[in-house]
Ligand binder design. Sequence first.
Ligand SMILES: *Cc1c(COP(=O)(O)O)cnc(C)c1O
Length: 396
Amino acid sequence: MQVYADNAATTKMSSTAIKAMMPYMESIYGNPSSLHSVGQEAAEALYQAREQIANCLGCLPQEITFTSGGSEADNQAIISAARFGARKGKKHIISTAFEHHAVLHTLKKLQKEGFEVELLDVHENGTITAKQVEDAIREDTCLVTIMYANNEIGSILPIPEIGAICKEKGVLFHTDAVQAAGHISINVKEQNIDMLSLSAHKFHGPKGIGVLYARKGIPLTILIEGGAQERGKRAGTENIPAIMGMSAAFCESCSNIEENSKKISALRDKLIDGLSKIPHSILNGDSESRLPGNVHFCFEGIEGESLLLLLDQKGIYASSGSACTSGSLDPSHVLLAIGRPHEIAHGSLRLSLSEWNTEEEVDYMIEKIPEVVEYLRNMSPVWRDLITGKKQFILK
Ligand SMILES: *Cc1c(COP(=O)(O)O)cnc(C)c1O
């Protein structure tokens, strides 16, 4: 059996998205900036895609900028808010310690330029409270940037509450909603979100395309100089096929959120139940406020990387955390942020499900994963020290 359980890293494209893209490669291949009919047909498609996405998010079409993905949208949102704030002498930015690197590395760059970045502590359950944000906001705060849901441990943050506080205090609020968009319902106006990033390949759309939503009136800093595409805020010929695929995938995901979420979270809960029986393990992230497809455990006494390799041999495709940290030897910054010690953080496993996973696949994982964990523990010198009492167990 083969089980793809790495949907937080990327998803398989839906046939709806692929079908929506094909005409824009085969026949309607014009450049939307061209004045002739072939170009204008593409321009019309672009217009409609923008309107559709805006409808799904609850904003205006002119508040949507197409980017190369979630990373670019995060970069542009944060840099724009920082430049806007600095013009008014505001250089304090609030975020959290467990953001995606697209956010953290952008903040680090701004820090070197003289911005003061305050990273809020994340609770052990993988969330923060709106009160923490409220207490951290100062006169000179120009931006609060907090992710909607964490890509490793799946916790969902209280974004509408944080949005309300930022609005009341007059501080710009950006959220990296790459893991949330298409999976939980978002309305930027109702939830008081000023800026939001999303990425198509996390909801069965194509890779290399995303959206930056920025409320009307927020001046965007240009990262890619060139032509006047995207109202002059992002140069380069629009990737029409990808935009059409994203728009189709987003509409499809958003209209099926309830049904999918019910189905996926039932599979998730069954998988969590099954893996919780492994001794000396712990579920990371909040058990209630959690993405429908996220399962994330730490197992004491093993290395996440070896676990992934053995699971791969059994046809189970998983991750030890984010796609960016796996492959490096440093433990995940997310697990360290929620207070997991290094020894525990190294033994992590993320299984991320989609609506295309089945109950049989979940049963297969519940059967195989404990076997592989036991096999690795039996070979591990660390495990020997733990069971002989030379070292103390950290996890019960
Ligand atoms: C995947 C991801 C990104 C990056 O998106 P890309 O489109 O791959 O650049 C950013 N933030 C989060 C939370 C993600 O999961």
